[in-house]
Design a protein around this ligand. Sequence first.
Ligand code: XMP
Length: 320
Amino acid sequence: MVKEIKIEDLNPEEFIREKVEEISAAVGDGKAINALSGGVDSSAVTLLGHRALGDRLTTYFIENGLMRRGEPEQVAALFGEFGVHVEVLDAREEFFAALKGITDPEEKREAVTQTFYRDVFGRLVREGDARFLLQGTILTDVDETVAGIKRQHNVFEQLGIDPEQAFGYKIIEPLVQIRKDGVRRVAEALGLPQSVWNRMPFPGPALAARVIGEVTPERIETVRFATAITEEELAEVDAFLKLALLHEDRVTGMREGARDFGLQLELRCWNSVDAREGTPTEVPWPKLRRLADRLVAEVPGVVSVTYNLATKPPSTMEAV
Ligand code: XMP
């Protein structure tokens, strides 16, 4: 059982000191790796790890083909400013090969998990001398995975899986006692800019969590384009999470007088504190209309755009 540190009991500076010590003690004079996506969790872990281990920690950005526009370049540039070198590793073919033909949501999540942990990190460990992986699992990831709601890509020990036996390295999880709101305070105390500590959450399986049905490079490109437009148009809207997802079903549309059996996008904006519960954000109608107009005009093949009004629960925030 993980012991929760509630937000009211969290002292970010003290937390940082303790976690830096714990990481140093666990790794000893060994080496570690971590994957940085640019999200608040992995960004906080990256800085905690570098404080503890210096250049005995190698930080990778895994380019899995499922990330948003421009993410690898932005993340590498930002952490460069903190003196952290980020190795960008191109694993796009591996991830798309693992996802080919899979439509079941939990099987898709499992394919992403195995490609990250068994294939990519496993290879880095086999080919190098790191024996530890630092990662940004938070308590909500553990709760929802253990409850069988969604298999978060980064939870193992709590499911009875020993990462050392399964993948050949130990996993260190400095954030596992806190939730998103706590991580934001720790990230701020670590000196990360507001654009990082206040960043919208983004799931480990990345845009694959926003494609219903098979994940292909083409379908990811559709969601990537829709995501860029959605984040741009809703930039001023205050919400915990704003996303666009692609449906599997097509619907009959019309373009220039001809039938167009086209794609359906769904928009979701969530109000939430820590992702455990959520309600739909009341986005002003003119903003939604403008966004919908841009999506059908700019994203190839899209003829339908809907806005989700359900709450979590029973919905979850991401589609997959
Ligand atoms: P759900 O869809 O579970 O999303 O209601 C709740 C929050 O968690 C994020 N999310 C994930 N984060 N690994 C993560 O690190 C995952 O596999 C994952 N799936 C969902 C989601 O973006 C939202 O903020």
